[in-house]
Design a binder for this molecule. Structure first.
Ligand code: DQA
Length: 145
């Protein structure tokens, strides 16, 4: 069965209470429920994880090699800084979609640069937490043809 990891980086555990004008009121648990329900609908396995630590995110990406076929990654602020995450994505050579709840390009200039976009299949940004099911559908289509 096709399997996708939805991986979340720093501060995304605070979704629902963190800057709600920017990130909305839904929690990461709500997002996980939505993703798992969509997985059932699409007939794919969906795993879900979050870490505030860059090295743990690198480990989670490495662990995908024998377990998952693709990754939806909201790397949070590490998106803009982490060459380690970029190298991890390139290293495992699995299709990855970069995801952001907010439209990072309409925000501060430091959010306009992505270290990971060049090694990702595509980017979903600005659709709120609705972006998670959008990215999952897009990646599933790519994986299952
Ligand atoms: C974010 C955007 C990042 O710039 C920010 O650092 C986050 C969340 C988003 O989902 O919109 O933590 O990735």
């Amino acid at each position: 069965m096709t399997s996708i990891l939805v991986l979340n980086g720093p501060n995304l555990n605070l979704l629902g209470t963190r800057e709600p004008a920017t990130y909305g009121h839904e929690t990461l648990d709500d997002v996980e429920r939505t993703c798992r329900a969509l997985g059932d609908e699409l007939g794919i396995d969906v795993a879900f994880a979050q870490s505030n630590h860059e090295g743990a995110l690198v480990d989670a990406i490495h662990d995908c090699r024998d377990r998952h076929d693709g990754i939806v990654l909201n790397a949070g602020a590490y998106t803009h800084t982490s060459i380690a995450l970029r190298d991890a994505i390139a290293g495992v050579a699995l299709p990855c979609i970069e995801l952001h709840v907010s439209n990072v390009h309409a925000r501060e200039p430091f959010r306009h640069h992505s270290a990971i976009a060049p090694v990702c299949l595509g980017v979903v940004a600005g659709f709120g937490v609705r972006g998670y099911p959008l990215a999952l559908r897009a990646l599933t289509e790519r994986l299952t043809g």
